[in-house]
Design a protein around this ligand. Structure first.
Ligand code: M6R
Length: 369
């Protein structure tokens, strides 16, 4: 079943172009998103909502964090995101006309399910939607609307292709709501759809950097800690990169929005801490570059993943710049930049000789709290 791959995680990383194709299939036309892909009640529910509340755990939570930037920035629709284990116990206030969105690969995560049940009990009549990879699951049964990610079975405990398809699903959801509420022009919707259609190729191209990333991974083998930096949607992508590294290589990793460096984490930086930064060409790039200068002056190894237009220049051997992609858009950027981070943690884990598909202490589906 593994074919040419040594691990399921590796196989699943390389299945991502197809997983995206399968998740888009039948959900878009050449220029628009099919609202009915979210269920026959989607149109009337989407017309009414005024807020989004996303609830999820782990990697699925990071997908929600990315989507919050999209909902608020592109649609101007308020969106909150919270980990399910906090949401379920803190008696949150949910505003009227909220769409409760759960995100889950398995559809059985105990905290996510309990958070949905709690919200339904506190706010009877609240509209719920799940983005889920398991058609027959508790979350799909208990939500009003269901959008299935067609990632196929994910065996590796570390979530990879499920995350990528969750982001695709969230982009479609954002666009569908924008369409129904007329918050997007037809032209903008078309641009988003065309971007999504390019994703399989963008991912394919990002995967081609495996050899370079393998070399970079060598320098992590003797490290005990790493820092991941990003701004905007790249902050949750940095969080996801850090989670993946901890999960499978057991190296402590933290993610920070680069603008927070001065507020504490800069004190950590020395030559023992590799710093990974994600640097697409966007309106925050110049700010990120100056954050990187501060790190460079104090630290050791820096690894920057950039795109064609970013032009982060490397001036010494400890500073690796990888052109991970061509220019990417607002939606495609976080999805594409996540790919090299997956490969990085995979190759670090290989070098460390950990059990990549079954990391210690973890289960694929967390059905108890
Ligand atoms: O099945 P779910 O998406 O609800 O699972 C949520 C988390 O347990 C999961 O994403 C976990 O963080 C992964 N092992 C991360 O790789």
């Amino acid at each position: 079943e593994l074919g040419e791959h040594r691990h399921y995680m590796h196989k699943e990383i390389f299945e991502q172009p197809q997983a995206v194709i399968d998740t888009l299939q039948g959900r878009i036309t050449d220029s628009s998103v099919l609202v009915s892909a979210f269920g026959h009640r989607a149109e009337s529910i989407f017309a009414e909502i005024e807020n989004i509340q996303i609830i999820a755990c782990g990697t699925s939570y990071h997908a929600g964090m990315v989507a919050r930037y999209w909902f608020e920035d592109i649609l101007g629709l308020p969106c909150s995101v919270e980990v399910a284990s906090e949401f379920r116990y803190r008696h949150p206030v949910i505003r009227n006309k909220t769409l409760l969105v759960t995100i889950s690969q398995s559809g059985e995560t105990a905290d996510t399910l309990a958070a949905l049940r709690e919200a339904k009990q506190q706010f009877p009549g609240i509209a719920s939607l799940t983005i889920c990879n398991a058609p027959e699951s508790s979350l799909t049964r208990e939500s009003n609307l269901v959008f299935l990610t067609h990632a196929g079975p994910e065996i590796g405990v570390a979530s990879t292709k499920a995350f990528t398809t969750q982001l695709v699903a969230l982009a479609l959801l954002m666009t569908a709501i924008g369409q129904v509420q007329k918050r997007l022009t037809e032209q903008r919707e078309k641009t988003i759809v065309h971007g999504l259609q390019k994703l399989p190729t963008l991912i394919q191209n990002a995967l081609k950097h495996e050899e370079t990333i393998k070399q970079i991974a060598l320098s992590f083998a003797d490290k005990t800690s790493a820092l991941f930096l990003g701004r905007g949607t790249m902050f949750p992508i940095a969080m996801e990169g850090a989670l993946k590294l901890k999960e499978i290589s057991y190296i402590h990793a933290e993610a920070y929005p680069a603008g927070e460096l001065k507020h504490g984490p800069l004190a950590l930086i020395d030559e023992q801490i590799p710093v990974v930064a994600i640097a697409p060409k966007d309106e925050l790039l110049e700010k990120l570059k100056s954050n990187l200068q501060e790190v460079k002056a104090r630290g050791g190894q820096m690894i920057v993943f950039e795109d064609e237009g970013s032009c982060v220049s490397s001036d010494n051997d400890n500073f690796h710049v990888v052109k991970a992609t061509t220019n990417v858009g607002r939606i495609t950027a976080p999805i594409t930049f996540n790919i090299p981070l997956q490969l990085l943690s995979y190759h670090v884990a290989l070098i460390k000789g950990t059990d990549v598909d079954q990391p210690r202490n973890l289960a694929k589906s967390v059905t108890v709290e």
